[in-house]
Design a binder for this molecule. Structure first.
Ligand SMILES: [Zn+2]
Ligand SMILES: [Zn+2]
Length: 251
């Protein structure tokens, strides 16, 4: 089966489509993982240990090593990019694994919109291998209550779980909330995204003196992470880093 074809299957054959019951989805996903031999989620090759076969894993769009030290956008020379120099973000740096392109975009979307929770484990596992640690707490990027109710889960939290386990850093799942129910960022042009997330977060926990990692699936402009970083700093955080599965590359 070709990769594109497989992605259509991945998204359209989401388990228990239309059922918003979180437990049912989780059960269904666990059942699928437990099958043996397991098939590669991308090419269908059977009999491997993880969710992807070696060649498919190797072919993923790994983010190049030379990137902006702050926002992780690929740079020919390393250092800090022009955008971060012009308007320094409130986060210290971003650690990202992949460029947000084929087939990582399909995996993220199948997880988020298709309810394929097992893929959060796959993506979180890759993120766990890439991050350098050195933080005191992990905060999943909060999802607005209404969207959480629609989706049944916060993909950032599901991605953060294996990262917290691997790094042994406490996962503070309820420390921050999203208060404004903003339209999905993906539906907006880039220049409207910064405005869209204004006054979107509240932190209830005391972050004084803490180095905090914010886990998310995709970093696009960094506007959302910047907003949360600002609020975390107000709550006392001394360092805020973004740990993201994939980073969108500028066009
Ligand atoms: Zn494969
Ligand atoms: Zn930058």
């Amino acid at each position: 089966m070709g990769k594109i074809q497989l992605f259509e299957t991945l998204v359209s054959s989401a388990p228990l489509r239309g059922v918003s019951n979180f437990s049912a989805r989780l059960l269904n996903d666990c059942f699928n993982i437990a099958r043996w031999p397991q098939a590669c989620q991308l090419c269908g090759a059977e009999g491997k240990k993880g969710m992807l076969c070696g060649p498919c894993l190797e072919d993923l769009p790994w983010l190049p090593a030379r990137r902006c030290a702050q926002c992780a956008v690929p740079l020919a020379s390393g250092g800090i990019c022009g955008a971060c120099l012009d308007r320094p973000p409130r986060f210290d740096r971003v650690e990202a694994v992949f460029a947000y392109g084929f087939p990582v975009d399909g995996l993220v979307q199948a997880c988020k919109y298709g309810g394929r929770l097992a893929l959060a484990g796959l993506l979180g596992g890759q993120l766990a291998r890439a991050v350098t640690g050195g933080v005191d707490a992990i905060v999943p990027m909060p999802l607005a209550a209404r969207r959480l109710a629609e989706r049944g889960f916060n993909q950032a939290l599901e991605i953060a779980r294996p990262v917290a386990r691997a790094t042994r850093v406490p996962l503070l799942r309820n420390a921050c909330r999203k208060v404004a129910d903003t339209p999905p960022q993906a539906a907006l042009p880039w220049d409207e995204r910064a405005r869209n997330v204004r006054r979107a977060f509240v932190c209830d926990a005391d972050f004084r003196g803490m180095r905090v990692a914010v886990v998310d699936d995709v970093l696009t402009t960094g506007a959302t992470l910047n907003k949360l970083a600002r609020v975390l700093r107000k709550a006392g955080a001394v360092e805020v880093v973004g740990w993201v599965v994939a980073r969108t590359l500028p066009r």
